[in-house]
Structures are given as C-alpha cells and as structure tokens.
Design a protein. Sequence first.
Lengths: 234, 200
Amino acid sequence: MNFPSFNLRGIVIKRWVLPNQDVMLYLLTPSGKMKVVARKAASSNMQSKVNLFQDLHVQLQKKPGDIHVLLQVTLEGALPRLITPQRYAYAHVIAELVDLLLPDNQALEGIFELFVSTLRGLATHPDPEWVAQIMLFRILGISGFAPYLIWPDHDLPPRFDLKRGGFSSDEGFKLEPQVALFLCELGRHTVRELLDFTLEPAGRNQLWNLLERYMGHHVGHLKSWSALGALTEV
Amino acid sequence: MKYPSSLIQLIRELSRLPGIGPKSAQKMAFHLFEQPLEDIERLAKVLLAAKKELHLCPRCYNVTDRPMCDVCTDLSRIQSQICVVESPSDVIAIERSGEFRGLYHVLHGSISPMQGIGPEQLHIKGLLERLSGATSDQEVILATGTTVEGDATSLYIQRLLAPLGVQVSRIAYGLPVGGALEFADEVTLSRAMAGRQKMV
C-alpha cells in the first residue's frame, strides 16, 4: 500500500542519533512541532543536512500509527556562526524552551517566524546575550506564558513575585531599578527598539536569574541552563 | 499464549540493548534458548569478564583492559601529537587509516546543552591537564564530528587551548575519496571548496 507524502519547511530544534544510525529529529515547522525519523541518516550523506538549527525543505511520509519518516531533504539555510560557544549556548536554551512549550503536531501562530528571527539574531548580532534575553521574553509571551508586567504607580516596581508571575510591592525578589525599568518597557517596544536598551552586567545577571526561576516555575526546568555559564565564559 | 516469565525477562533485558527492538529481542531470546548450555555459559562468562576488566585509560580515556591503553604505553608513537575524538570507535576508525601515529584523547561525547551535556560532562578537563606544561611543539588535532555539536565542541576546546600556546588544528572537511562531485551534497561541497589546498 502506498502512503501519501507531503513537503514542508522546518528547522531542526532537536536531534539525536539512535544506535542503528537512524537520526531522530524534532522539526519546528510553520504548522507546529513534528517528530521525524531519518532512517540510517547518521551513516549516509543525509547527515550533513539534518543538523541542528538548519533550515530544511523536507519530504515526509506518515504511515498510520507511525512517526513521520524523512524521504528527501534539501538544505535551505544554515547559520555557521552559531557554533561559537556563547551563541551555541543561547541557541540551545531558546530551542529547548520552544521544544518544551510546544506539544507535538500542534501549531502556535507566530512561533516559527519568531524562532527563525531569534536564531538569525543570535548568529549575527554583536551582543547575542541581549538577543537571547529579549527573545526569551518574546517566546514566553507568544506562548501565553508572559509575566504580568504592568505597574500602575509612577515609581518603579520594587519586586517580582515568581509565583504570581508579575510585579509586586511586597512579595518576591527585589528588582534592580534598571531591570525594573526594562521589564516595564518590555511590552511597549519592538524587538529592534529593545535591542537599543542597555542593561549593565549586574542587571543582565539578575534578568537571567529571573528568567531561570520564572521559567522553572511556570514552564519547566531547562537542561541547557547548566552549560550556560561554562560556554559563555570562554 | 503467555510466555514463561524467565523468557519474558530475557526478552525485556535484551530489548534494553541499543538498537534492539522487541521483535529482535524475541528472536535473540529464542536463538539463545536453542544454543547448548556450554555456549551460553561461555557468553555469560565473557560478558562478566568484559564488564570487570574493561575500564577507561586514565590518560586518554579510551577503553582498555590494562592499567594504561596500548596507544599511551607505545613510546614509538609521536608523543607531541594528540588527536581529540568523540568516542572510542573514532579511535578505531583513525587507527584503521594507518595515517596517524600520535596519541589520542577521547571526550566521550560532544557538547549538547539541551541534552544535559555541557563541558563538565566530557573529558575536557583531562585534556587540559595533559597539556599543562606543553610546549609550542605540541599539536592538538580536533577530530570531533562535523555536526553542529562536534564543531561547537572543537571551537570551545580551541578557545580553551589558545592561552596554552600549543598548535591546534581541525580535521579537514571534504569530498569522499572516489566520489563524484554531482552526488556530493551542498554542505560538503561548500566546505570542500573553502578548505581547498594548493597543488604543489
């Protein structure tokens, strides 16, 4: 029996090789996240195409009760600068977050375009850390996990309550004024405008701390956090 | 019909091996059942002995059954060259080529943060210890895989080694020997073009 095949575009957000040389892929496509097997790809010339963070045009086939099987693949684009340790570490954090947020075969409007622009930004922007911090908030926002960042007072919000996921006057951890100001501005500006915002190293550290704890509480623990320190120091 | 519990247990254990699915495990279980008892005893003995005797070489982290591996104890090999690879099977592949006469260092993986593999999970610290006090004659050949993970691992190690003043090189990318250009994929071709060499 012949099963129909179909074509689509996708970015590899996760991959691992099975002992039988099959490569398992998670593709982020405009119509959602998809688990795909590339049979014997680890020992064939397909291997160079099914690499992490590469933009692919794929032909897939799905038999009932089976996962998608990769029949053909064309490489549409790659971002070689993503292998530098710092950019690589941030790309892993972003990809793991997207993987965690999206259930299989479920679409989330805008996430594909946002992920593509995030990878491009990480690969090309002179300050990939800043790109990563801004885009993590954007990805959380588009997935319905945005923290509540509205503060009615004229003064800056003094604290951030992780459990409630927003500013607080008495609960949570104390915010540095520059971080509080950035968080207030986050929802009011485009990514391009936010990239011009400056945050001193202490502020960035607090923002990482906030992001890690906020995501840990509301989304889940990311394995990539643990390698972030070592990879961004070299 | 229900299988006997000892057969179910055997199938379950065999299917835990990498690359073995439930059907293959079932075939293997029936095959083992049909073998003479002495063959099974020999297999069990070999498995136990391998587990007891095999360990990682304390210097290069390759698999060995001696205090130090054969490569590390062979003084005829070029001591000033260390080839860094991801797995023990890479050592075997390079040894088969017969082109390399230096030493090895096995990382046991490549950096992949989202799978929980950071630099601390690999034997990178052991490499740095081996190279402490190395002179500029020392060469480190980074032969990790040509995947994004392998490339990122090589670049990370290269940055760690830069202050030590040792020579660092990356294994060449390119076309397979005997391959026709028209069948090469675009990534390999572009890397082969970028890494072209002058003909002398």
